[in-house]
Design a protein. Structure first.
Length: 141
């Protein structure tokens, strides 16, 4: 097995931990809390279904990639509730550190791509990041 394939498999095993990160929102049809993996999947589906409602033309593959990547950092940094004033003070720094560790597990080119997607989502300057972010804010409702 090549080294890059080993690295990719190790990364995939590591991100399985996303299923264990509970959010503060409940699933629609039950009493339990949603986990980050369910949240990311639901956002990707929302993007597919609601793409015609984006205010600008967007690269849908890029939007879906962003939505699948944006919360991976919570494996290390934890989920910070939107109204947690204390947790939000160092959220970006904790998440950036997590992004470097997690994406750094991948071969260099893939690591850079995922880091750039995560950063783009965080900055919210591109039409793709703005659409992805609006879906992220809408989904818990």
């Amino acid at each position: 097995m090549s080294e890059s394939l080993q690295d990719q498999i190790q990364f995939l095993i590591e991100i399985d931990k996303l299923k264990t990160i509970e959010r503060k929102t409940r699933i629609m049809h039950g009493e339990r809390l949603e986990n980050d993996a369910e949240h990311s999947w639901h956002l990707a589906m929302m993007a597919l279904v609601l793409q015609s409602h984006a205010n600008k033309d967007v690269d849908m593959l890029k939007v879906i990639k962003m939505l699948l990547v944006h919360d991976l950092v919570e494996i290390d940094a934890g989920d910070t509730f939107a109204y947690d004033s204390v947790g939000n003070t160092d959220k970006y720094d904790r998440e950036l550190k997590a992004a470097h560790r997690l994406f750094g597990m991948l071969p260099k080119e893939q690591a850079e791509e995922l880091l750039q997607l995560w950063l783009e989502f965080e900055v919210k300057q591109t039409p793709e990041a703005q659409f992805a972010s609006s879906l992220d804010r809408l989904q818990p409702l």
